[in-house]
Write a protein that binds this ligand. Structure first.
Ligand code: COA
Length: 196
């Protein structure tokens, strides 16, 4: 085992007593992740998604493109099924490549058990290990639970973008948040930290 392996894999028992495994995503996760996004979208306006949208093909293509672009995609498994996901998309180009865009979700049934924090910490550790200078995210300003988590991890509010996402309730603002990591922004993660 090398020192870098724990960045991409962790298992344990969550605070709710459920055993979990966090590991690099596989293309076979796509149906489960699509169903998870659909379920979370059905809870209300937490994500820029509405129920019925994300299909398996779209989800598979998304996973593959994140991996090919040198990003991170980790799946949280509980009882052998995807129960959460975190991803970091690498921005493209010389002037943007030092920043990664992070996004997370945990199934309703597994929330509040510490798994969201673990997923975020793993992604932040990965971003630091590959030399990213910064992580950015966008969150609906009324998503208090997510914002509390992000602030507790050191993310800072960076402003509100107006009318950014078209949702059933109308065009909604998004809060931009960022975490400075201090890396130089490597062009590509070393092989041990890639999950392609
Ligand atoms: C945001 C989300 C990923 C957090 O995942 P989680 O597994 O519930 O998170 P954790 O149990 O690790 O809790 C993380 C922190 O959130 C905060 N938190 C937890 N439950 C909360 C609640 N009911 N209300 C407010 N804050 C809460 C706490 O600060 C907690 O930290 P602590 O328990 O270590 O003190 C999860 O709620 C989720 O997937 N929500 C729906 C999708 C979503 O909103 N994604 C983010 C879009 S930008």
């Amino acid at each position: 085992m090398t020192a870098t392996q724990p960045v991409l894999r962790r298992e344990g028992v969550a605070r709710n007593g459920h055993p979990y495994l966090i590991r690099p995503s596989k293309d076979t996760d796509a149906p489960g992740l699509a169903a998870l996004i659909d379920a979370v979208a059905g809870e209300g306006e937490l994500l820029a998604a509405v129920p019925g949208e994300p299909d398996t093909i779209e989800q598979s293509m998304r996973l593959v493109s994140i991996m090919l672009e040198g990003g991170l995609t980790l799946t949280l498994e509980v009882d052998g099924a995807p129960a959460g996901h975190v991803m970091v998309q690498r921005r493209a180009g010389n002037h943007y490549g030092h920043v990664g865009e992070i996004a997370i979700l945990v199934s309703n049934a597994e929330r509040g058990a510490g798994l969201g924090r673990i997923l975020m910490e793993m992604a932040i550790a990965w971003a630091g290990a590959v030399g990213l200078a910064k992580l950015s995210l966008r969150v609906f300003p009324d998503n208090g639970r997510a914002i509390t988590l992000y602030r507790s991890l050191g993310f800072e509010d960076e402003g509100l973008v107006k009318g950014e996402v078209r949702m059933p309730s109308g065009d909604r603002d998004m809060l931009l948040m960022g975490l400075a990591l201090g890396g130089s922004g490597l062009a590509r993660a070393p092989a041990i930290l890639r999950n392609e």
